[in-house]
Design a protein around this ligand. Sequence first.
Ligand code: THU
Length: 146
Amino acid sequence: MPKAPPAPSPAQLQALFRAARAARPRAHAPYSNFLVGAAVLDERGRVHGGCNVENAAYPQGLCAEASALAAMVLAGGRRARAVAVVAASPLLTTPCGGCRQKIAEFAGPDCDIYVLGPRGVRRAFTLGELLPFGFGEGHLPADRRR
Ligand code: THU
């Protein structure tokens, strides 16, 4: 695993939160009506937004976090330094289990995950808190790792 990058600056975090908020109204969520926006801050300080994209064949839907990670990869980003998720629920909208695993592909346990509501950050977690004892490339035989 590469060396941990420096902590995100306050300006980068503001850009991250803004991107997640901007992404949410773009969601395609006609089945659940639960709109989610997400954003990822990459190792070069760039921010990539994503929203959930549902499908009439329900299991084919994509979470906002997965779509933000796909945008990061497409733009050449390889590490997630921080992630933000925004929804309008009275409960904390933490990434689902599958998205925790997807984030872990690009981030270490120290990566901060910010859960936002309509009025801003509600709570921050580390990926390690949300995905303890996760499975990763370290479990694979050395010749299967990048
Ligand atoms: N969803 C996300 O996009 N991210 C989360 O963190 C939780 C759930 C989406 C999936 C589905 O489109 C809708 O929210 C309801 O589950």
